[in-house]
Ligand binder design. Structure first.
Ligand code: ATP
Ligand code: LTN
Length: 337
């Protein structure tokens, strides 16, 4: 991390949970943006394991997935020399600030969060207090680093609004302490949908693995999944999300893999049917994923190197996190020696 070059750049913070496998939707909807941002901004990217335990996790699997995700980020182009890549639980200040922010958050604010309502329905047997205060921990992630911008998907906008409110509230009650963050909704292409149910987004919690293209899938698996993808009636390759969601989704995948526009794809396959289109998509996507998978496999093997990167990342993150927390504790009136 070259401090001097990054000092004046606006600050970005983002995080992803180490739960479930990473699929091509994450690559286009989140990771690719992270990569694009790392030259222009001072970026903190974190694997949010503290958030992940709001849903029961198998310990060995959580440990493995956390390192898998770190290796996958790097394989996708997140460069630890340009940004700070770290594991959330390695920086204890996240939990410490979250406690303080809990005392500034209303019960009503947390109970209005749509993600809390959705997850409570999905995990009726474990509606824990951590799930309830999940957005407060997220606010802590963001405010600790004095982030200017937070790249998030639409589903996280409500959480970001809470972070902004908490920053304002604390600043108003004491004095200027936190930067008020703004959402950064990157210009994304289409959301990637399930190959099996193209009206549902591709999701790591989907039980049907045939619906998702994981970044660790082999060439054969990718080709087989794309060839078996559900398509619509008719045979014309045309971008029409409403009437042809299956083909529109395959066109999005083809666009990601080749860079061709929808217009160009339509004209290239004019007069040809789905039968000609699907194998082309399958091959293009498999070729696109192959170097990422290969790079991932070699990075993942070298745990010593991974640990070195993540340790350095956490050390770097702690410098900033400690500064903010110390300021917060002082304003609150905690005794400091
Ligand atoms: P879950 O279904 O378990 O909630 P998920 O697969 O939707 O998980 P998240 O962890 O919510 O994944 O997503 C992390 C990031 O990846 C978010 O910024 C989100 O916008 C992006 N993302 C997830 N799925 C897709 C998708 N199908 N298409 C595009 N972007 C996606
Ligand atoms: N809640 C987010 C993950 C997340 C995050 C963050 C994103 C945790 N902390 C801070 C941006 C900034 C999610 O479920 N996608």
């Amino acid at each position: 991390m070259q401090e001097n070059n990054t000092e004046l750049k606006p600050i970005i913070l983002s995080g992803i949970q180490p739960s479930g496998q990473i699929h091509i939707g994450h690559l286009t909807g989140a990771i690719r943006n992270w990569v694009d941002l790392q030259d222009k901004y001072k970026c903190y990217y974190t694997i949010v394991d503290l958030h992940a335990i709001t849903v029961r996790q198998e310990p060995a699997e959580l440990r493995r997935r956390t390192l898998d995700l770190a290796a996958m980020f790097i394989a996708c182009g997140v460069d630890p020399d340009k940004c700070t890549l770290f594991i959330q639980s390695h920086v204890p200040e996240h939990a410490q600030l979250a406690w303080v922010l809990n005392t500034f958050t209303g019960m009503g604010e947390c109970s209005r969060m749509t993600q809390f309502k959705d997850k409570s329905e999905q995990h009726e047997d474990n509606i824990n207090v951590g799930l309830f205060t999940y957005p407060v921990l997220m606010a802590s992630d963001i405010l600790l680093y004095q982030a200017d911008l937070v790249p998030v998907g639409e589903d996280q906008k409500q959480h970001l609004e809470l972070s902004r409110n908490l920053a304002h509230r604390f600043n108003h009650y004491y004095s200027d302490t936190f930067k008020v963050p703004n959402p950064f909704i990157p210009q994304v292409g289409a959301r990637i949908m399930s190959l099996q149910e193209p009206t549902k987004k591709m999701s790591k919690s989907d039980e049907n693995e045939k619906g998702s293209i994981f970044l660790t899938d082999s060439t054969e698996q990718i080709i087989s999944k794309v060839k078996r993808a559900v398509t619509d009636s008719g045979s014309e390759v045309r971008y029409d999300i409403v009437n042809k969601p299956g083909i529109a989704n395959l066109m999005s995948l083809y666009q990601i893999a080749t860079g061709f526009s929808y217009k160009q794809i339509e004209s290239d396959f004019d007069g040809l049917g789905y039968g000609e289109f699907k194998p082309k998509v399958a091959k293009a996507v498999a070729d696109y994923i192959a170097p990422i998978r290969e790079s991932y496999l070699s990075l993942r093997k070298d745990e010593t190197k991974l640990k070195e990167i993540l340790t350095k990342g956490a050390e770097n993150a702690r410098k900033q996190a400690f500064k903010t927390l110390r300021k917060v504790y002082k304003k609150i009136g905690f005794v400091q020696f």
